[in-house]
Write a protein that binds this ligand. Structure first.
Ligand code: IMP
Length: 426
């Protein structure tokens, strides 16, 4: 039985979509279990480009079921737009999509609230994707204002709850921001009742479905969104997302026991990127950083923001690999480094004059961390045609070996370009 997880080990955008896409043919079910439409990846399928935010990429594969599990926060409008696009271009999904009735719903007031909060934080803004993710998860944790997908099918209770919630949100947001335009609860009710009706054929108990699938020996692939360093509990708080985006989130987000997972693949870029605020010890503010941004086309899929770029940080990745119990690493975008004379890998931090390989728990400590670099020769050669390890120059192999040794897990996949074929399986 194969139950595989694909987890980002950095601050997101590790090109997990390509790995999920490569592994999907050998699985029956692909599951998203945390986050919402803050995630975004571009997938090439049968010559077409799809932008996926909420739906698991498995939805594109006709043999595969796609599950939007309990731990997700779902903006129904965004989900239906994504679904409509897929149906229009590749045909109906019928019974291949299942959406958890326990997942929480993102409402317009979540986006409004986030905009007000981020504006007030000014220089300390988290730099969120403005999709109402954090504010929806907050209402889930707070309980009083949380609405789950299953609640959309109890219209009388829903109408009254929306009136209470919207009155509360309008009062607070008007007090905080004089420009805030109050929202109309009944208009939201009408809009979301329409979405509920359209989603109904797909809504059900995904936990029961997945547990039954396990009993039947089905092959399941868990598709992590964002990266481990953005995990609400284990990441660089408060500059994180609001879900457990490390491997720690699989169990609570899907209901599938952790011991069922047979393979944990950690995905890393050959360098580091970050979008939004928060410390980033190996960030490059020079022409090398700009070179990586240009060659790697490092601009956000969801927001279009330029990503911050820097050298590979083995301290951070060793931490996240251990946290998620990674047994294999996929290194992405190795080709982006091909034109550089020398490459640096951060193998330790120096914090207040003390050298450490431990990733600090607090952002104030991480902000003080000075990277201690190991310098390696570059390869200055096009590697995009490499298909096996021996096709890579010795310098590239040595770069990979150093990463593997410092992070503490074997590298089994190396990506040297966006296409499926541009992959070295080890
Ligand atoms: P939120 O998830 O929109 O609340 O944003 C919180 C932080 O996570 C911000 O720094 C975002 O840029 C970052 N973030 C959220 N989703 C992604 C993603 O899919 N890739 C990379 N960064 C992300």
């Amino acid at each position: 039985m194969s139950v595989t997880s694909v987890i980002g080990l950095q601050w997101g955008d590790e090109a997990k979509g390509k790995i999920v896409d490569l592994l999907t043919p050998e699985h029956d079910i692909v599951v998203r279990y945390q986050g919402g439409n803050n995630a975004g990846h571009t997938v090439q399928f049968r010559g077409e480009t799809y932008k996926m935010s909420l739906l698991p990429t498995g939805i594109l594969h006709p043999h595969c079921k796609a599950v939007v599990a309990t731990g997700m926060v779902v903006n129904p409008k965004a989900l239906l737009e994504e679904l409509d696009d897929i149906v229009r271009r590749s045909g109906p999904v019928d019974n291949r999509l299942l959406i958890s009735n326990r997942a929480h719903v993102v409402f317009p007031y979540h986006m409004e609230e986030e905009a007000v909060l981020e504006k007030r934080r000014q220089d300390e803004a988290i730099g969120t994707t403005m999709r109402g993710i954090g504010t929806c998860y907050r209402d889930k944790a707070g309980r009083t204002h949380g609405i789950r997908i299953g609640d959309l099918y109890y219209p009388e209770t829903l109408r009254q709850r929306l009136r209470d919630i919207v009155t509360y949100k309008n009062t607070i947001l008007q007090a905080l921001d004089p420009d805030f335009q109050p929202l109309d609860a009944d208009a939201i009710f009408d809009e979301y009742s329409g979405y509920a009706e359209r989603m109904q054929p797909y809504v059900g108990d995904t936990t029961a479905f997945l547990l039954d699938a396990l009993d039947q020996g089905k092959r399941i692939l868990f598709e992590g969104a964002q990266g481990s360093l953005l995990d609400i509990d284990h990441g660089t708080f408060p500059y994180v997302t609001s879900s457990n985006s490390s491997g720690c989130g699989i169990h609570n987000g899907s209901g599938v026991p952790e011991r069922a997972i047979t393979r944990m693949i950690g995905v890393i870029k050959a360098y580091t990127t970050r979008v939004g605020g928060g410390p980033f010890p190996t960030e490059l503010h020079d022409e090398i950083g700009q070179h990586i941004r240009d060659v790697g086309r490092e601009y956000g899929t969801v927001t279009g923001r330029p990503r911050r770029c820097g050298w590979f940080d083995a301290v951070a990745c060793r931490y996240s690999a251990r946290l998620s119990g990674i047994d294999a690493i996929a290194v992405m975008l190795l080709d982006v480094l091909s034109q550089l004379d020398e490459l640096c890998i951060c193998e330790a931090y120096e914090i207040d004059g003390r050298r450490t390989t431990d990733f600090p728990a607090h952002v104030h400590e991480l902000a003080k961390a000075k990277p201690v670099y190991r310098t390696l020769p570059g390869w200055k050669r096009d590697i995009s045609h490499a298909r096996k390890l021996d096709d890579l120059p010795a310098e590239a192999r040595s770069y990979l070996e150093t990463i593997s040794q410092l992070v503490g897990a074997p590298i089994t996949i190396v990506s040297v370009g966006p296409d499926r074929e541009q992959t070295v399986m080890i």
